[in-house]
Design a protein around this ligand. Structure first.
Ligand SMILES: *Cc1c(COP(=O)(O)O)cnc(C)c1O
Length: 435
């Protein structure tokens, strides 16, 4: 029977409760009691990403009510192409490939985790008596999370979704994608930054009176149900790109970063991991100083990574018992500011016609910069391409001086009507929307 513990010690907790609550009762984040270890050769027998996910995640589902449904859940989450696409080689000749994670319904990697979680929760709730209380998923978003979660849960029975986003700090298209869903999805524009949205979510979860009245669930990357499938796509890329390929992971809340680390720990053959942030430098500063200091986020062009106090740092530190030297040995970090993001988007387009979203551009820039310095390990690199550039057209189009056509699935969403409400960044303003 798989068991999960809080990063702060409490547990064990079963999979069903972990997926429904997101945060552990002691305020920590759930992690598996131990990560499963595989032979790379055994993982490589998987013919599709869904099959690989099923193989890698089976140990965490063992003994749970969801175990038998895992193949269907993985098929649901990995229903879209997961290609690797070449960029022009690095200055040292290394092969650079983009792992295109943006072929799902909202064109960002978060579709994988959101659909996986949704497929799990639907099955848990359907097994409950008809009179049981609906689950209200409360999610803070700096852009892409909200759309992926709204899409994945839209129209589901017994589940409501409330999406908080920082008013005026996401692109018009992103805003549209939050409010164009079925009636069980409510979008709320919060007067504040992403960190205010995240704080409201934490406050709601910490309010015991509220939680007695409302059954709250989370779908931020603090939810383990999102991280587990993300490990599978990193592993898929590592199997395709060759043993020891290095990874660049554009990261904000450290969800994708932790997922890549777990893929390596589970035996996928991931080489080095280079975490890339935008100008929010908390992770890099922690690795250089050894002292963790969360701070206010600052707004950047790569706004889905505008996080000053990344929640999943707690999982990273827990994994290495808080030993910063071990963390430094496992991952490195680079920060790429807006100027470099702009330059990189322009240059890749000029050099090879590649069009990158700002987050992916930060990753590509960090990678090329590292390789240009020399003294880096040999080997090829995989860069996680986290969103389709058409989601960030207001940034990308002026730089490359041409339009970026949205993929068909986004076109379709843009034709739907979209609406949201506005609230101040206070818990009292949020609670009426929670049911
Ligand atoms: C969410 C997001 C990120 C950052 O992911 P984390 O899980 O917070 O590390 C990067 N790029 C895009 C496009 C995103 O939507």
């Amino acid at each position: 029977m798989a068991a999960f513990y809080s990063t702060r010690g409490s547990g064990p907790t079963g999979l069903e409760a972990v997926l429904q609550t997101g945060t552990a009762p002691d305020g920590g984040l759930f992690v598996p009691e131990r990560l499963a270890a595989f032979e790379r050769g055994a993982l490589a027998e998987s013919g599709t990403p869904a099959e690989l996910a099923q193989r890698m995640l089976a140990p965490y589902f063992e003994g749970s009510s969801l175990a038998a449904a895992l193949p269907e859940i993985c098929a649901d989450a990995f229903a879209y192409p997961l290609p690797l696409a070449d960029l022009s080689p690095a200055s040292n000749g290394a092969r650079l490939q983009l792992l295109e994670l943006f072929h799902g319904p909202t064109a960002a990697f978060k579709d994988y985790g959101a659909r996986f979680l949704s497929a799990c929760l639907e099955r848990i709730l359907v097994d409950e008596p008809a009179s049981s209380q609906p689950l209200t998923i409360l999610v803070a978003t700096s852009g892409d999370t909200g759309a992926a979660v709204a899409s994945a849960f839209s129209g589901r029975d017994k589940i409501r979704v409330v999406v908080l986003f920082p008013k005026g700090r996401i692109s018009p298209r992103q805003e549209h994608h939050l409010g164009c869903w079925d009636e069980n999805v409510q979008a709320l524009a919060v007067h504040g930054a992403f960190d205010d949205c995240q704080r409201l979510v934490k406050q709601a979860f910490a309010d015991s009176g509220l939680r007695e009245r409302v059954r709250l669930g989370s779908a931020n990357s603090i939810n383990l149900g999102r991280l587990l499938p993300q490990s599978a796509y990193h592993a898929w890329a590592a199997l395709k790109a060759g043993e020891g390929s290095h990874f660049v992971v554009p990261t904000g809340n450290m969800g994708n970063g932790v997922a890549c680390l777990w893929a390596r720990e589970m035996g996928a053959g991931v080489g080095r991991i280079l975490l890339t942030t935008n100008a929010n430098r908390t992770i890099g500063d922690y690795l250089s100083s050894g002292e963790y200091r969360g701070r206010e986020s600052i707004g950047t062009l790569a706004n889905a990574m505008d996080v000053g106090d990344p929640s999943n740092m707690e999982r990273l530190r827990h994994h290495f018992d808080g030993d910063v030297d071990r963390i430094r040995a496992a991952v490195s970090a680079a920060s790429v500011d807006d100027e470099r993001i702009r330059r990189r988007i322009r240059r890749e387009h000029e050099d090879s016609g590649a069009v990158l979203c700002p987050h992916t551009a930060a990753g590509v820039d960090a990678c090329r910069d590292l390789l240009a310095e020399g003294g880096t390990p040999d080997g090829d690199w995989v860069i996680a391409a986290t969103a389709h550039p058409a989601k960030f057209e207001t940034v990308v189009e002026p730089l490359i001086e041409t339009t970026v056509a949205p993929p068909p699935q986004l076109e379709e969403l843009l034709l739907r009507p979209s609406s949201h409400e506005e609230i101040p960044a206070e818990l009292a303003a949020l609670t009426p929307f929670l049911g």
